[in-house]
Design a protein around this ligand. Structure first.
Ligand SMILES: Cc1ncc(COP(=O)(O)OP(=O)(O)O)c(N)n1
Ligand SMILES: Cc1ncsc1CCOP(=O)(O)O
Ligand SMILES: [Mg+2]
Length: 535
């Protein structure tokens, strides 16, 4: 099936026809900076086809909201039914809801008609110019952000994937007075417990967060992310952009999240990309009217500098950052076989492998044959002057002076990384998507594995295959910082397409281990990889 490339912005007519459909259910901003207008610009810019369900008309410009008029219940229903009949969505973003009656209707309608479709709810209550956006009787004018919520969002409980309140909205939704990060965490947690799904509590309007702004991401029980990160909280810390031109930033963020989710990214990856998109949009924003101007539309973010830094809420990995760095490697590691058998490891070294991994799963007892294999693999590495990585068994790797260790995300919280660095060893880390890649980068590994690219039977994976487009995007984002290794389902037939993503290296299991002649299969892959740019 043709898809729209995540990294190339020139789209062919065919690619345009495969844009995923995303609905924005929101208010019209006559000024063009926020609401439906911002959402449609965002969705188009991010390769989606945006459809709109208008909840309310607002008369506004860049300095004030002068009138708000909810559409009738019949009109709301007609828009939803028209779209459902022909333009079924891959994701839905909800912004301004005109009144309580609309809210209740929407919650029921979405539950009944779009089961399983991801819904991103931006609980819009106040425009960036400070004016309330619900009709007057719904939102009595007040400066007190702790006041009663304008709307009762409880009909959405259990029906949304993500809710994205800013500080003022979080305060109103929870009735909490928010004056510091501790209060923000408590309030976001309450919302999380109440709504299910995930919460992104935005910190841009938290005056105490200086010089960086931090959003709190509380992830729900998402089956397609690592169990390690389900029901966990993370701070996403980003540079504040000094600009007055931020009109529609919340709308842009939530519609960008919906766009990336519709394009198949898991929620935490979609949130990070959307945050980077808003960051770039703010950096390049300029005035249109007399007040705050709209964000620029700058396409899918590809730069590491636009990405937020991630810190687990309950534990900072930073204190485990080794003072000594891990061995630095050049970009080119050669085709990287991952094997469980010591004789095969030797045969592949003989065939010219310069980077190789011994991957023996399970406990290894002292004096066991598996321990002997690890010792032998390390010796062979010295003999053949190759980079031999030991998977998982870091104690043995340190004891016998291996070149390096390969660890998964689940290991980095328990393994003393200092000991690996102090031993002068290299560290390879796994990642399954952007969120994990950025988490891993905080530890400055020697290389970063990006997987799994294609379906694999070698290992049971909770995540979906990343595919070539995501691999290309991840490579663009991280490869300025670390050598990259693609893994998962890679073999001679798909090697040219993998090479075209720009990833630095490939790692393979079955393509070598299941070949009738593993050494010959390795040599053929190595030859194809070395000559990848010559074809
Ligand atoms: C090069 C390379 N990339 C990824 C992995 C996977 O490692 P991990 O996530 O620790 O899973 P296991 O291999 O331990 O099952 C790898 N081994 N090598
Ligand atoms: C260990 C591992 N980690 C991510 S994918 C994978 C297995 C890759 O094996 P194969 O090359 O046989 O698909
Ligand atoms: Mg492992």
């Amino acid at each position: 099936m043709a898809t729209i490339p995540l990294v190339e912005r020139e789209l062919s007519a065919k690619e345009l026809s495969v844009r995923p459909v995303v609905w924005t259910i929101a208010g019209s901003d006559s000024g063009g900076g926020a609401g439906i207008q911002a959402d449609l610009l965002t969705l188009h810019d991010l390769g989606c086809h945006g459809c709109s369900v208008i909840t309310a008309l607002t008369a506004q410009n860049s300095v004030a909201v002068t009138a708000v008029e909810p559409v009738s219940a019949a009109m709301l229903n007609a828009q939803l039914e028209a779209l459902k009949a022909d333009l079924y969505p891959s994701a839905v973003k909800i912004g301004l809801i005109g009144n309580q009656q609309q809210l209740e209707f929407l919650a029921d309608w979405l539950g009944d008609n779009l089961p399983g479709v991801p819904v991103i709810l931006d609980p819009v209550m106040v425009a960036s110019c400070g004016d309330g956006l619900q009709s007057r009787e719904e939102a009595p004018e007040t400066d007190d952000v702790k006041g009663k919520p304008c709307l009762d969002f409880s009909p959405f409980v259990g029906k949304i994937s993500l809710i994205t309140p800013n500080k003022a909205e979080l305060a109103r939704l929870t009735g909490e007075l928010l004056a510091d990060d501790d209060a923000l965490v408590i309030a976001a947690d309450r919302l999380w417990q109440r709504f299910g799904g995930s919460v992104l509590a935005k910190g841009g309007d938290c005056p105490w967060q200086q010089p960086r702004a931090k959003d709190l991401l509380l992830l729900g029980d998402i089956p397609t992310i690592s169990p390690l990160h389900r029901r966990q909280g993370f701070w996403l810390s980003g540079e504040r952009v000094a600009t007055a031109h931020n009109h529609g930033s919340g709308c842009t963020l939530s519609s960008a999240i919906a766009a990336f989710v519709a394009r198949g990214l898991v929620l935490p990856d979609a949130v990070l990309l959307a945050k980077a998109y808003v960051f770039e949009g703010l950096r390049q924003a300029s005035a249109v009217g007399k007040g705050p101007g709209p964000l620029a539309r700058t396409g899918i973010p590809e730069s590491l500098t636009a990405m937020a830094s991630i810190y687990p809420l309950h534990e900072s990995r930073s204190h485990r950052l080794p003072t000594k760095g891990f061995t630095r490697l050049g970009r080119n590691l050669g085709v990287y076989p991952v094997v469980a058998d010591i004789d095969m490891l030797e045969a592949l070294l003989e065939a010219g492998a310069k980077t190789i991994q011994l991957r023996i799963k399970g406990e290894i007892g002292p004096g066991s044959p598996a321990e002997a294999d690890i010792i032998r693999a390390i010796e062979l590495g010295r003999q053949y002057q190759a980079r031999v990585f030991i998977n998982d068994h870091w104690r043995l790797a340190i004891s016998y002076g291996a070149f390096g260790v390969h660890l998964g995300q689940e290991d980095v919280d328990t393994v003393p990384l200092d000991a690996i660095a102090e031993a002068g060893m290299a560290l390879g880390l796994s990642s399954h998507g952007l969120f994990e890649a950025l988490l891993a980068l905080e530890l400055h590994p020697s290389y970063l594995a990006l997987g799994h690219i294609f379906p694999t039977t070698t290992k049971e994976m909770p995540s979906k295959p990343q595919g070539l487009e995501t691999l290309a995007l991840l490579t663009k984002i991280v490869s300025t910082a670390v050598p990259t290794v693609a893994i998962g389902g890679i073999e001679a037939g798909n090697l040219p397409k993998v090479a075209a993503t720009g990833v630095d290296n490939i790692a393979v299991v079955r393509a070598v281990t299941e070949a009738s002649d593993p050494a010959a299969a390795f040599r053929a892959l190595a030859d194809a990889w070395e000559n990848r740019n010559a074809r």
